[in-house]
Design a protein around this ligand. Structure first.
Ligand SMILES: Nc1ncnc2c1ncn2[C@@H]1O[C@H](COP(=O)(O)OP(=O)(O)OP(=O)(O)O)[C@@H](O)[C@H]1O
Ligand SMILES: [Mg+2]
Length: 184
């Protein structure tokens, strides 16, 4: 079983390949509704309606190295197996949004996994892309926005070692504050 953080990494990688300059990642838990919602939103090149339809099939890919694209079908399978939903909205030239929901208590729902590490890797390996990271559980909500971090950094890059360490710490703290006490 794959962890949710691994799915997020996969789907956000699609956004990177689609030339996004801004990627929003949110992981929201509503324990009263027993609902976990994961959203990956980008301003990349987008897909037309036919592509969105076919992308849910594991035989659609624009990869040239192998014929089968699995990132989206695998995340969809995870969501549906955990009695959730899966939705893609996309428009050419505008961007793409992928939303998966799952029942928090469902036995087939994978754990969140290493969310902070995953997001840290995404940010520091794509220092020219802006990331808006949102984590929320019930009333607790934390946001890290690299556009704000940049205004403080000036010309210092997001993958500068000291900045990278700070981002990792900030994300870990966010994760602990929001999800630390919950069995998610
Ligand atoms: N955010 C996105 N923006 C534009 N096109 C996308 C996006 N996400 C997916 N696609 C298109 O959908 C195809 C299928 O994506 P999917 O993640 O399922 O497989 P893949 O990325 O091709 O391969 P894999 O994820 O298995 O390495 C991609 O090749 C790409 O053409
Ligand atoms: Mg992919």
């Amino acid at each position: 079983m794959r962890e949710i953080s691994e799915h997020i990494l996969d789907i956000a990688q699609n956004s990177v390949v689609a030339d996004a300059s801004e990627i929003t990642l949110s992981v929201l838990a509503d324990t009263a509704k027993d609902l976990l919602t994961v959203t990956i939103l980008d301003n990349g090149k987008g897909m037309d309606a036919a592509m969105v339809e076919s992308v849910l099939s594991p035989f659609t890919t624009s990869r040239t190295t192998r014929k089968v694209g699995l990132g989206i079908p695998m995340f969809r399978e995870t969501a549906l197996t955990a009695n959730g939903s899966f939705d893609i909205t996309s428009a050419p030239g505008k961007g793409t949004g992928v939303t998966a929901t799952m029942e928090i208590s469902n036995i087939d729902r994978p754990p969140l996994g290493a969310l902070a590490d995953t997001m840290h890797i995404l940010i520091t390996s794509n220092p020219d892309i802006d990331f808006i990271i949102r984590m929320a559980c019930d009333a607790r909500e934390e946001v890290l926005d690299t556009r704000e971090v940049r205004t403080v950094l000036g010309s210092v890059a997001l993958n500068n070692p000291e900045v990278s360490a700070w981002i990792r710490e900030a994300l870990t703290e966010m994760n602990d504050k929001v999800f630390g006490g919950e069995n998610i």
